[in-house]
Design a protein around this ligand. Structure first.
Ligand code: TYM
Length: 340
């Protein structure tokens, strides 16, 4: 039986997060975010969505966006997000996101938005299309979060700044109108919060550098090739040691290996003592391949069942909308809009 959300105060604490379906999901998204989502679905009321509204801040091919949104849902489920325990939905199906996004735009300062690292990075990367949406994106993200009054927002390290802005905007709004929004805490995992590119360990893993990025649905031989070519260092001792400052490539591989096997850095150093990088890299590749195998197989199976995926996102949107509407109604009343 799926959980019925009633109008009474929620008995469980809430968690919420989202990922943009602007590219295929990769190991960074998985280790930094999704993997930590399922773990708490028994103790938290959880909302996870495909952030499609955000993706159009950069031009998308419409057919690809539609396909990737559904693939992302299949991958969420395959990664262990049981739709009976987690509310899974498509952001654009819950109109309250865009509506609260507009309101919060009017409570977010130009200076605050100008300081966002993601805006600076993306506007440099897409200099031909520095649009208003790209600039005000963090207000929409604040709306995504605050609509659900969550306690925790599990994200990777790169979203910390947006979460802090969300807290500032919520406090500002509450300061004017009283306690409207719960102030959420970002939840950033100890390992996996910042997975770096395999071929550029000073840059975070992202779909924009595909050679250094491991995609969840990628073929095992392609994954292994990327690990074998991973950049390490020219340190003559050729030794597997956790030293992010001096050996960022090796430290990144160790954090990936630790995240998929549960081994500590000390155990990994011991396991590969005297082995050299040539032996270490393919073992990490194999561990990742085996970790991802059941996810890939289950996601491929689910992608063939479009009717099931549709039933999940429809019921997810209904549940999400119910919760979101409560907050939106309160906000509209506070700012002085006439009730419909
Ligand atoms: P997005 O779509 O870029 O990334 C989704 C999640 O994956 C994490 N992540 C990483 N973690 C570790 N290492 C990496 N290399 C890596 N790359 C990505 C991100 O930190 C994120 O948790 N604005 C958000 C999406 C969003 C959202 C929200 C998140 C929209 N509304 C509300 C939380 C709550 C974004 O662009 O993430």
């Amino acid at each position: 039986m799926s959980e019925v959300i009633t109008d009474t105060a929620a008995p469980k604490k809430r968690m919420l997060s989202g990922i943009q379906p602007s590219g295929d999901l990769h190991l960074g998204n998985y280790l930094g975010a999704i993997r930590n989502w399922g773990a708490r679905s028994d103790t938290y009321e959880c909302f996870y969505f495909m952030a499609d509204l955000h993706t159009i801040t950069v031009r998308q091919n419409p057919a690809d966006l539609r396909r990737r949104t559904l693939e992302q849902l299949a991958q969420y489920i395959a990664c262990g997000l049981d739709p009976e325990k987690n509310t899974l939905f498509i952001q654009s199906h819950v109109h309250q996101h865009a509506e609260l996004g507009w309101v919060l735009n009017c409570y977010t300062m130009f200076g605050e938005l100008s300081r966002m690292t993601q805006f600076k990075d993306k506007s440099a990367k897409h200099a031909e299309n520095v649009n208003g949406g790209l600039f005000t994106y963090p207000s929409l993200m604040a709306a995504d979060i605050l609509l659900y009054q969550p306690d925790l927002v599990p994200v990777g390290h790169d979203q910390k700044q947006h979460c802090e802005l969300t807290r500032d905007v919520a406090k500002r709004f509450n300061g004017i109108y009283g306690d409207v929004f719960k102030i959420p805490e970002p939840y950033i995992p100890e390992t996996g919060a910042r997975i770096m590119s395999l071929n550029a360990p000073d840059t975070k893993m992202s779909k924009s550098i595909p050679e250094g990025c491991v995609f969840l649905m990628e073929k095992p031989e392609d994954i292994q090739r990327k690990f074998k070519r991973a950049i390490t260092d020219s340190d003559t001792e050729n030794c597997v040691r956790f030293d992010p400052e001096n050996k960022p490539g090796v430290a990144n591989l160790m954090s990936i290996y630790s995240a998929v096997t549960g081994k500590t850095y000390a155990q990994i150093e011991e396991e590969f003592a005297g082995c050299g990088y040539g032996k270490f890299k393919p073992v990490v590749g194999d561990a990742v391949i085996e970790h991802l195998r059941p996810i890939r197989e289950e996601a491929s199976r689910l992608m063939k069942d479009k009717a099931y995926l549709e039933s999940v996102y429809r019921s997810g949107a209904e549940k999400a909308s119910f919760v979101a509407e409560k907050t939106l109604r309160k906000v509209y009343k506070k700012v002085g809009f006439v009730a419909r």
